[in-house]
Design a protein around this ligand. Structure first.
Ligand code: KIV
Length: 273
């Protein structure tokens, strides 16, 4: 049974995440892209809010995360930051803003931090991005890594199915995790990899691992909020636990409103001036 030692901290920091990992308290992370939702997450005392580039799918309706721009991510991130007092706010660096060269990566990360007020950035990849990780960290910006299924590489992978079921890719993930730790990442997201491999990665490094479809033997979990609340309906991978069926509730409320308007039942006398 966990004690939730850090439930009452005023502000979650990367140090606190490390302490949670060391003391066996699981880290809870969810996505948000706007002020009102981030406020609810912060009131519920989520540890980390991820302004994910999944905003490209969930907010903008793109098929992949590739089209979202740096300006759009900064817009989402600054809305989230304005709502957040306690949670650590981590912002995804969008596709094309850090892979090219490390100077560009640094400039993109600085823009995110300066213009949104976020606490940290996240980027996808291992050895391929270690120079960018170094450079961003040299400016004092905390970096979260992301290995396994990396949605920005969907055109290379060709599929969103589970990664690293073959020993070669599994070895690469282990070695990439060690590289990201060595270069100073404060945590690593492990997406859609076998639970046994996620356990091995978690045991092989000293920084927190945050899993999504990576089993329970990791330091914490992350889900896309719209998926776990049942707002998105088309997406139901095995790893997703739905905590609500909000789409039905929202559609019911809207249907009710339409009926009230059509029946001239809304507004009533008390709802007017
Ligand atoms: O963009 C995102 O929401 C993510 C999570 C799925 C980890 O990267």
């Amino acid at each position: 049974m966990t004690n939730y030692l850090y439930r009452n901290v005023n502000k979650v920091t990367t140090n606190i995440l490390q302490r949670m990992r060391n003391e066996g308290e699981k880290i809870a992370m969810l996505t948000a892209y706007d002020y009102s939702t981030a406020r609810l997450l912060d009131m519920a005392k989520i540890d980390v809010i991820l302004v994910g580039d999944s905003a490209a799918n969930v907010m903008a309706g793109y098929k992949t995360t590739l089209p979202i721009t740096l300006n759009e991510m900064i817009y989402h991130a600054s809305s989230v930051v304005r709502a957040t007092e306690r949670a650590l706010v981590v912002v995804d660096m969008p596709f094309g803003t850090y892979q090219g060269n490390s100077k560009e990566a640094l400039n993109s990360a600085i823009r995110i931090m300066k213009e949104s007020g976020a606490d940290a950035v996240k980027l996808e990849g291992g050895v391929e991005v270690h120079e960018s990780v170094d450079r961003i960290l040299s400016a004092g910006i905390p970096v979260m890594g992301h290995l396994g299924l990396m949605p920005q590489s969907i055109n290379k992978f060709g599929t969103y199915t589970v990664r690293a079921t073959d020993p070669k890719e599994a070895e690469k993930i282990l070695s990439d995790a060690a590289i990201l730790e060595k270069h100073g990442c404060f945590a690593i997201v492990l997406e859609k990899i076998p639970a046994q491999l996620a356990k091995k990665v978690t045991e092989s490094i000293h920084i927190p691992t945050i899993g999504i479809g990576a089993g329970g033997d990791v330091s914490g979990q992350v889900l896309v909020l719209h998926d776990m609340l049942g707002i998105t309906q088309q997406f139901s991978p095995r790893f997703l636990r739905r905590y609500h069926n909000l789409s039905d509730e929202i559609i019911n409320a809207i249907t009710h409103y339409i009926k009230d308007v059509k029946d001239a039942d809304f507004p009533n006398e008390k709802e007017q001036y």
